[in-house]
Design a binder for this molecule. Structure first.
Ligand code: ATP
Length: 222
């Protein structure tokens, strides 16, 4: 395909990552391969606007992401949201990236649950002016048959990977990934009650969790 990777698409995977687990890593990897993304950036959120404060502090969440992606070519961490004051709005991050990489295709990766919430995001319509949105199917979630998201999908949806390489922003691509019903909430609960999160995440992340004790006390705090 002529000029297939001219726009050097960047996958952007934001999350609280409190902690990062295989439910994040495997879909990101599958998307990187399927969409032929040269790079997927993991962006830990500072103060997430749509939810309560993370349990592990920013430095520790960043350390866990670094440990998780170690040795995987194409996976990189970008900590810009951790340095910003106030809520981590995706639109601000995308504005930042767009200013820095004016010619690249930007592909914002979200799970289906996050996509269903998109109309609640700050300046959500602007997001598609700045980036494509790539949706990873998540167990138990589907796009509603009616409403703004359905309309958006009719308008902007594509099943062509090439569209993410041919234009810099504006398309929505839904991709089925291996369904791993792991959530950070479930991981934190396991650790809180003294359980072992082994096999839910890379060993390096598990080690940080156990050594720091970052989730051991969270039941007492909530
Ligand atoms: P929590 O349980 O604390 O809500 P989480 O496991 O959903 O956390 P986040 O850091 O909030 O993790 O998620 C970041 C992104 O990863 C979101 O877009 C979310 O939809 C996606 N995601 C999280 N877990 C999975 C999973 N098991 N499969 C696919 N996508 C996932």
């Amino acid at each position: 395909m002529a000029g297939f990777s001219q726009l050097n698409p960047m996958g952007i995977f934001g999350g609280t990552f409190d902690p990062i687990h295989y439910g994040h890593l495997r879909p990101a990897f599958e998307l990187m391969e399927a969409l032929r993304l040269p790079e997927v950036r993991f962006m830990p959120a500072g103060t997430p606007p749509h939810r309560e404060r993370p349990t592990a502090d920013a430095a520790l969440r960043l350390k866990m992401v670094e440990a998780a992606i170690e040795g995987q070519p194409g996976f990189v961490v970008d900590d810009r949201e951790l340095h910003r004051e106030g809520p981590s709005y995706s639109v601000d991050t995308l504005l930042d990236l767009r200013a820095e990489y004016s010619h690249r295709s930007l592909c914002l990766i979200v799970g289906m649950d996050a996509f269903l919430d998109l109309p609640k995001w700050y300046h959500w319509r602007e997001i598609l002016q700045l980036a494509h949105v790539v949706v990873a199917h998540r167990p138990g979630w589907r796009v509603p048959d009616l409403g703004p998201l359905r309309e958006l999908l009719v308008d902007r949806g594509t099943a062509r990977v090439g569209d993410l390489h041919d234009s810099r922003a504006g398309r929505i691509y839904i991709h089925a990934v291996t369904q791993l019903e792991i959530s950070s909430t479930a991981v934190r609960r396991i650790v809180e009650i003294g359980g072992d999160p082994r096999f839910l995440m890379p060993d390096g992340v598990r080690k940080i969790i156990l050594e720091s004790g970052c989730y051991a006390q969270s039941a007492e705090r909530t």
